[in-house]
Design a binder for this molecule. Structure first.
Ligand SMILES: [Zn+2]
Length: 386
């Protein structure tokens, strides 16, 4: 039996109907380069959803690379989005920090479609700093799912990308320093420390996170970029920081992105949750970031959706591609009709100012109905420049 990637290449290569005049790759790249595209690209973040869609449970793929890759390729073959998102879970990110015998207590598989739940691996700032200073992530890396699952899965998808002659790009997702700083201890705890702990200690912790992430980028240069990866999603943290925190500490992510942009030509920033206007302003000034996957406005701002889309599009004009719509909540709980409307509103409010990519602000919920995900794609494919 041929290997999973070859099976899909045999099935799909030279057998797919073209969609529009550009390839998926050309379409997404052009939007990043702020050029006019034939159709508005659509690339919802399907990492968990595609496992469910393909008929697997999350438990089943947890240690099975072939099934994970099979799920992504089956989903793409059916839906023909303009990019393929890797499957990524929190185990990939955290396992390298945890000794093997302690991993079972940190990760909880609740249900077949549920997110993998986890417990923080440090509960005080001193503990978190010690984890990094002792380089725990190097000690436990071998034998972690980062090595045994994430990497081979990424390599399989890149093999597919290359064997299909780069018709469709694989999106490589990488956590940023602030994302790691928050995830390891849980967001709300880190946020509290920003107020209660001395600034130098917080700064020291963030610098340790930055150093680890910069070193991790050498891995991505060697294993992702050298194997053809060109599109990268930087999963940002700092989603709930205030303007002063951004000013004080936001530079760790900026330093990180300076290195990312030397490795990947097409980088976009993922900032989910309630987006502070100052955070978007900061990101819009980083020239290594070619697109921003943004989310809802911060509480208390409450513009209408078209107003919010337009405001962001004006900010990104001449600089970055805007990625949004529908909300992940609507994708899960709305009707196909509501989804179509929101996607159309987003495109209409955005394209007078900058390029648009239809992509909800965060990951599509694993429980989202298939007809809703199809409605996102259909709405993007149906829209035409007048
Ligand atoms: Zn997110």
């Amino acid at each position: 039996m041929p290997k999973v990637v070859d099976r899909w290449v045999q099935r799909l290569k030279n057998k797919l109907d073209p969609i529009g005049e550009m390839t998926h790759w050309e379409r997404l790249a052009a939007a990043f380069d702020l050029e006019r595209t034939d159709l508005v690209p659509v690339a919802p973040e399907l990492d968990y959803w595609q496992i469910t869609y393909a008929g697997y449970s999350h438990q089943e793929v947890y240690n099975d690379v072939d099934k994970t890759t099979d799920a992504c390729l089956k989903t793409w073959a059916d839906l023909r989005t303009d990019a393929i998102w890797m499957y990524v879970d929190i185990g990939h990110q955290l396992e390298p920090f945890i000794p093997p015998e302690r991993r079972p207590e940190h990760f909880i598989h609740r249900g077949e479609k549920d997110y993998l739940l986890f417990k923080p691996i440090a509960t005080t700032l001193d503990e978190a700093i010690a984890l990094y200073e002792q380089r725990a992530y190097e000690k436990y890396l071998d034998g972690s799912r980062a090595v045994l699952h994430y990497t081979p899965h990424m390599l399989q998808l890149l093999e597919f990308q290359e064997k299909m002659d780069r018709q469709v790009p694989i999106i490589i997702g990488i956590g940023t320093p602030t994302n790691y700083a928050e995830t390891i201890v849980e967001v709300q705890r880190f946020l509290r420390w920003m107020v209660t702990e001395p600034e130098e200690r917080v700064r020291h912790y963030l610098d340790l996170c930055l150093q680890e992430r910069l070193a991790a980028l050498d891995f991505y240069a060697e294993f992702a970029a050298k194997n053809g990866a060109r599109f990268c999603c930087a999963w940002g943290g700092a989603r709930t920081w205030g303007p002063q925190h951004l000013e004080k500490f936001g530079d760790v992510d900026r330093i990180f992105i300076e290195k990312v942009k030397q490795i990947f030509p097409y980088v976009f920033w993922h900032i989910c949750g309630h987006n502070l206007w100052q955070a978007l302003e900061m990101l819009s000034s980083w020239d290594g970031v070619k697109a921003i996957q943004y989310d809802m406005p911060y509480y208390g701002q409450e513009p209408s959706w078209p107003e919010w889309f337009e405001r962001v599009a004006r900010l990104l004009k001449g600089k970055q591609c805007a990625m949004n719509s529908p909300t992940t909540q609507l994708a899960c709980h709305g009707t196909p009709e509501q989804i179509r409307n929101m996607v159309t509103e987003f495109i209409e409010a955005t394209t007078p100012h900058t390029t648009a990519c239809v992509m909800p602000g965060c990951e599509i919920d694993s429980f989202s109905p298939t007809e809703n995900v199809k409605a996102i794609i259909k709405a993007a494919r149906a829209w035409r420049w007048s």
